[in-house]
Design a protein around this ligand. Structure first.
Ligand SMILES: [Zn+2]
Ligand SMILES: [Zn+2]
Length: 250
């Protein structure tokens, strides 16, 4: 299973997952051109992509899906509530699915996980083939009760590590936005992510910290928090401007 985070963070999100020539794109938060450019940088193309699957209706995840549908001719899978934020969506060709519904693309399975993030229904995903399981866990709200079992069941995880509490409270975001981010429907802090890995992720082959805030976090702070809490291991950190390749699961 090949995994390429094409971009991660509030400027836009998309993750490419491929197994034996069958791929899905999780989220459509970057331009169609950037998807093609970044895939080609790593020797990939859209040829293998069977579907783009949308996690929730925030723009950094769904913003470009209409173009993916029209220009890239990708089948779009999403929950129905996302329609009203994508004015150029062709609803007649959308595949609407329920948050409890598994999607199957040949041997590649996409299992949605309902999260408490504040755009219900907001989904995380476990993507699996016959051999490996990958969790894509961003926009999580808070460390909700299913996360330990998910982390214990996968080979690798892309995990939200959005903010540092001090940088958030000392930053220039208005109070209401700070409260939203650290509230139960916002995002996971660096420490919350690290604690999940420490307590439930011992056997993970790798972890990629993702959806870092540009305002309330830095890759260095996320890394140092992880190291302090987990005590060992080298997390990957998804970039918010470019693609981040991750080790293949074999
Ligand atoms: Zn969101
Ligand atoms: Zn987001």
């Amino acid at each position: 299973m090949d995994v390429l985070v094409l971009q991660s963070g509030s400027r836009g999100n998309s993750v490419y997952v491929e197994s034996n020539g069958v791929a899905v794109l999780i989220d459509a938060g970057i331009s169609a051109r950037q998807v093609q450019v970044r895939l080609s940088e790593y020797g990939k193309s859209l040829d293998a992509v069977r579907a783009v699957v949308i996690s929730h209706r925030h723009r950094d995840h769904i913003g470009h899906v209409g173009v993916y549908q029209r220009r890239l001719r990708l089948p779009v899978f999403m929950t129905e509530d996302g329609c009203d934020v994508v004015p150029d969506l062709d609803e007649t060709t959308c595949h609407f699915f329920r948050p409890d519904q598994q999607l199957q693309f040949e041997h590649l399975r996409v299992e949605p996980v309902l999260t408490p993030h504040d755009a219900p229904p907001s989904l995380a995903f476990v993507v699996s083939d016959e051999k490996h399981r990958l969790a894509i866990l961003t926009d999580l709200g808070h460390p909700f009760s299913q996360l330990p079992a998910i982390l214990a069941s996968v080979d690798a995880a892309i995990l939200e590590s959005n903010y540092d509490p001090v940088l958030l409270s000392e930053g220039d975001y208005p109070r209401w936005l700070q409260d939203r981010i650290r509230g139960p429907g916002g995002h996971l802090s660096n420490k919350e992510a690290a604690l999940l890995v420490k307590n439930h992720g011992k056997h993970l082959r790798w972890i990629c910290l993702a959806h870092l805030s540009q305002h309330n976090n830095t890759p260095e702070v996320a890394y140092q928090t992880y190291r302090r809490v987990v005590g060992n291991g080298e997390p990957f950190i998804a970039d918010y401007f470019s693609a981040t390749p991750l080790p293949s699961l074999r």
